[in-house]
Write a protein that binds this ligand. Sequence first.
Ligand SMILES: *Cc1c(COP(=O)(O)O)cnc(C)c1O
Length: 381
Amino acid sequence: MIYLDNAATTRTAPEVVEAMLPYFTEYYGNAGSIYGLAGESRKALLRARETIAGTLGAEANEIYFTAGGSESDNWALKAVFEAWQDKGRHIITSRIEHHAVLHTCEYLEKMGARVTYLDVDSEGLVDPGQLERAIRPDTILISVMTANNEVGTIQPVKEIGEIAAAHGILFHTDAVQAYGHLPMAVQEYHIDLLSASAHKFNGPKGTGFLYVGKKAGIRSFIHGGQQERGRRAGTENVPGIVGMAAAARRAHEHMEERAQKERMLRDYLIGRIEAEIPDVALNGHRARRLPNNVNFSFAGMEGETMLIMLDMAQICASAGSACTSGAVDPSHVLLAMGLSKERARGSLRLTLSEENTREELDTVVEELARIVERVRGMMVR
Ligand SMILES: *Cc1c(COP(=O)(O)O)cnc(C)c1O
């Protein structure tokens, strides 16, 4: 099997599983209890919080553990709106956010929020000038993702953070695709809230965190016990959190080396597809791009068809369209970048990991070339 869907999820690293295991079988105490066993859980949570904070240049008490990226995004937007709606009800975001942000914004609009959805250019970039012009006296929050999950485009996060700070507006970034893959620094980038998810950097699924800087004054999200300083109730997922911290440590230890390797593989794959398959177009920015993201549109092709045919060749990939209730909806990201529906429907996303080899990529290109030739050959001209 060749796995090229690392933007959807990653393999849990063996050393991460190793780090988690004792917290199922030996140190299973509830971190909120008094006895010694519980102390082990408490210590593990403290260490994990410090590890994560250290990777961001944050303080341990600015890290809140959640059940993943979607929860972190929901929490950030809903709680900021709740806390600051007396000051204003205007939120600025972009058209290419993950649905965890976009659908939350739509929900908040029903609750009285006013949302500006910024356009992006043909490579998926938000224009900081346009963003600044969208700011109004009642703007309370800017939420722009660090890097896009479909096309890999990396936003000018530092510039956006500086604009937000200059206007005294909170800045949230969905860093689910970036954290563990790109260096992130909350102080330097003026980030007030940051979402991340462990399973996107070789950690376990169902675990994530939300960084909340002191200035943001966050509200409770899950009401109940006093866990997470009373902001997010529920017995802590100690094994998951320990696994996330182990994955964060691992990801940051060799980040540049790994990114370098992935960039080489990425550019090799892009180069071969462009050279050997006619009528293809790269989606996303060529340089400002996640080290592991490849996304192409193939003229005359349907993404879903390519996925099924690749699956028959034991290759896991993803398409820029989703089959919802029988109809194929082209990706909102590709449409926002100005692509035609046809080009959006013919898109294919291949997201690598450091574990992939050139030989695997050679196989992928050969299979793809065969698939494209076969399908195009069947079309009536
Ligand atoms: C995967 C992803 C999410 C959702 O994270 P989960 O942990 O799966 O809930 C949010 N935003 C982006 C950019 C993602 O890639």
